[in-house]
Design a protein around this ligand. Structure first.
Ligand code: F6P
Length: 745
């Protein structure tokens, strides 16, 4: 509309102004014509009255004078006549204009003395009148007096008003017709071709267009469209040839790298780039305390693992836009290219209302499913209103995914417990799409899962997947048991799949990992010098340094960790003044009471232990409670002699892997809870039961005193595990598995 007004307004102003000027000229012309008519009429009438007036004045016949002036009484348009004697005194005047000569009028004297006529426009009461006065002369040419005629000119103005009204109506009609004509013209030459081009592009994006069918447009616009079409065509051809080339190359490489994954994706997923769905977005625009906007990478396993995958594969990541400045950075389709400084894939942000976020994220996901799946003795809460919001938000995300899918096929990869209903919602609308889901947290046994009042909907929703992944076989088994016990279905224990309602869902373990090269290997010198800076900043020179990096979550065993540090220092006073444990804690879900309480409990524990052992400048725990970027965390990993991961229950825990990946010098020890998925892969960590403070403290002592050779051996083994099982392998396995299943089908 704005553009249309911009185009039409100047034209309309010119048309309207032209018409106004024409109106002014026409009105002036009409006015002149009417006044001229009046003048002629007045002069004719005056001249005819002059003869009678001369006789009347010569004979001083007052009765005849009155008769003469009254003969004007009945004429229309307020016509009147006044007879003056040679002194300019009124002898007789038409009743209707009595008082016209209220004051003496100089021009009558002039008429009598000069013998010349006088005319003009005057005001009489509320009327505008035209007066016309001529001298009355006898046969000798002597002036006997004067006769004056008075006309009402209002009809002139009323006729002019009528004329202006007509001009006004014509102007409006002209403006309306011009607008309509311009609208039609604009639609024909601009809007329709643009709509056709947009539609063509939309279809091209979704793979619906057979590029051999061109758009038929003529002229300059047509040429532009044809050029665009050619670019699109070349892009498609290039993509296809890359994909075919990739198919040939995929089997040749050994170790999993970004390039190998890229090749696999081109070969197996091809043109239909991946769509990832998660609750947490990988890049979040937030305002800091000073109101400055920063783009941060939120803490959590999903983002750590999947961002490198998406950088390799391209495609679209759909997530909740939860940053308070997120809306400032998206285009009209709520999308932006990320990473912002070097865009490699598309982030599509989905907006949620406060109520939706409250019910779906804080409520059902994190007060219900999260404690249900983690054995930490926190009671899950299931509220009907939260469940309703959870369903609404799942439907919202389903629509967002459906909007992005290509016309044929497509690959949707859903993350985590926030979207259990999404697979079915997508499959119902698009059975041709491949849907995989990865469950990043543990899956409990059937008795525990059956606590959830909505277990049937949840399981049915998840069984919309072609492939369902967990970190470890144990969680797969729990899931198969749960479905077996709670749903009518057929479990195939040989293929690890579930058949229900004519659909087969494969359930497999895929231990998630990290992009190991990203943890200092590439820029070790820079990170090492940053590590030295940290040592100076926090007074860590010559200290035994421990590190913990966690979201502040009750599953992470943070209070248990503090108790173990206390027990260690109680039992080993020689470490007082020597040992410093740096705890980095990213505040998380603080809106939920259990998290709020945990924050207070942890603050209190840190404070208590530091007070108990603190001496001068030294205190045993440095608690850094804020969000740290990966860049900031790596130097801490590098300088730490040991890292503690003490989760009470954890799907995998990628901090354990990040620490190992950062230890290029092989000079660290990982203290790891046996209740993490990572413990299955890291037999060389010092394994602990975080519930046993004594055992935990002994493990810390073991880590501190471990022989450097032993440290190297263990670290080497763990690093080899990550090298062979990095995140590219994780994604590669999932994609190979799912595309393999499709081929078999
Ligand atoms: O690992 C489980 C998980 O929910 C992930 O999905 C997420 O990356 C992480 O925890 C962080 O949680 P949140 O997104 O609620 O801050």
């Amino acid at each position: 509309m704005k553009r249309f007004l911009l185009l039409t307004l100047p034209v309309l102003i010119i048309v309207a102004a032209g018409f106004m000027i024409f109106g002014l000229i026409q009105a002036g012309f009409e006015e002149d014509k009417m006044m001229d008519d009046l003048y002629r009429k007045a002069s004719a009438v005056a001249e005819s009255a002059e003869v009678s007036a001369a006789l009347i004045l010569t004979n001083n016949n007052l009765k005849a004078a009155n008769n003469l002036v009254e003969s004007f009484q009945k004429r229309e348009r307020m016509q009147g006549c006044i007879l003056y004697d040679k002194k300019g005194k009124v002898i007789a005047e038409t009743k209707r204009i009595k008082g016209w000569q209220g004051s003496e009028r100089k021009y009558i004297k002039d008429v009598i003395t000069t013998g010349e006529l006088s005319k003009g426009i005057e005001k009489f009461n509320e009327y505008t009148v035209y007066r016309y006065a001529i001298p009355v002369k006898n046969d000798n040419g002597r002036v006997l007096g004067a006769v004056e005629l008075v006309y009402d000119t209002s009809y002139v103005f009323s006729q002019l008003t009528t004329l202006w009204k007509r001009i006004g109506i014509f102007s409006i009609l002209l403006v309306v017709f011009t607008m309509l004509a311009l609208l039609l013209l604009q639609r024909q030459i601009f809007i329709l071709p643009v709509l056709r081009l947009t539609d063509w592009f939309k279809k091209f994006q979704k793979g619906e267009i057979n590029t051999n069918i061109p758009i038929k447009e003529q002229d300059e616009f047509g040429r532009l469209i044809s050029e665009v079409e050619q670019v699109a065509l070349s892009l498609r051809v290039a993509r296809r040839s890359v994909s075919e080339d990739a198919t040939r190359r995929v089997e040749r490489t050994e170790l999993w790298t970004e390039a190998r994954l890229k090749t696999l994706i081109h070969a197996r997923v091809g043109d239909n780039a991946m769509i990832i769905v998660s609750n947490r977005e990988p890049y979040m625009h937030v305002r800091d305390e000073e109101g400055k906007v920063r783009c941060i990478t939120p803490a959590g396993g999903v983002v750590t693992a999947l961002d490198p995958i998406m950088k390799a594969s391209g495609g679209t990541w759909i997530a909740h836009g939860s940053g308070d400045a997120d809306k400032l950075f998206v285009n009209s389709k709520d999308k932006l290219g990320v990473p912002v400084e070097d865009p490699r894939y598309i982030l599509k942000r989905v907006w949620l209302t406060k109520q939706e976020e409250e019910g779906y994220y804080y409520g059902f996901s994190n007060e219900g499913l999260w404690p249900l799946c983690h054995m930490t003795h926190t009671r899950p809460e299931f509220k009907q209103a939260d469940w309703e919001m959870y369903k609404t938000v799942n439907a919202k995300f389903a629509q967002s995914v459906l909007d992005e899918l290509p016309v044929n096929g497509g690959f949707v990869f859903i993350q985590d417990y926030h979207f259990t209903l999404l697979p079915k919602m997508i499959k119902e609308k698009r059975p041709d799409v491949t849907v995989a889901m990865f469950w990043h947290i543990p899956w409990p046994n059937p008795e525990v899962f059956a606590i959830c009042p909505y277990y049937q909907d949840i399981l049915e929703g998840m069984l919309g997947c072609d492939l369902l992944g967990f970190h470890v076989q144990y969680h797969c088994n729990n899931f198969l048991d749960t479905v077996n016990r709670l749903l009518e279905s057929r479990i195939n224990t040989e293929t690890f799949s579930i058949v229900r309602a004519g659909m087969e869902t494969f359930v497999k373990p895929f231990p998630i990992s990290i992009e190991d090269d990203n943890y200092g290997a590439k820029e070790s010198a820079r990170y090492a010098s940053a590590g030295e800076k940290m040592k100076n900043e926090y007074g860590l020179q010559d200290k035994i340094i421990g590190i913990g990096v966690d979201r502040i979550d009750y599953t992470k065993g943070l209070v248990e960790r503090m108790l173990a540090i206390e027990a260690l220092l109680d039992k080993n006073p020689q470490y007082r003044g020597k040992l410093v444990f740096v705890q980095i804690g990213a505040p998380s879900r603080t809106h939920i009471k259990s998290y709020h309480d945990l924050n207070s409990a942890l603050d209190a524990e840190v404070e208590r232990i530091n007070w108990k052992f603190g001496d001068g400048d030294w205190k045993p725990v440095i608690y850094l409670k804020r969000h740290f970027s990966q860049e900031e965390i790596i130097p801490f990993y590098m300088i730490a002699d040991f890292c503690v991961v003490s989760s009470l229950h954890d799907g995998m825990n990628l901090v354990a892997k990040e620490y190992v990946a950062s230890k290029e010098k092989l000079d660290g020890v990982l203290v790891l809870s046996t209740f993490t998925g990572a413990a299955r892969e890291f037999g060389d960590a010092v394994l602990i039961n975080p519930y046993s403070t004594v055992e935990f403290a002994q493990a810390l002592e073991k880590a501190i005193t471990m022989d450097p050779v032993e440290k190297r051996r263990r670290m080497e083994n763990m690093r080899a595990t990550i090298k062979n099982n990095n995140v590219y392998k994780w994604a590669g396995d999932i994609i190979s598995q799912i595309t393999g299943l499709k081929k078999q089908a």
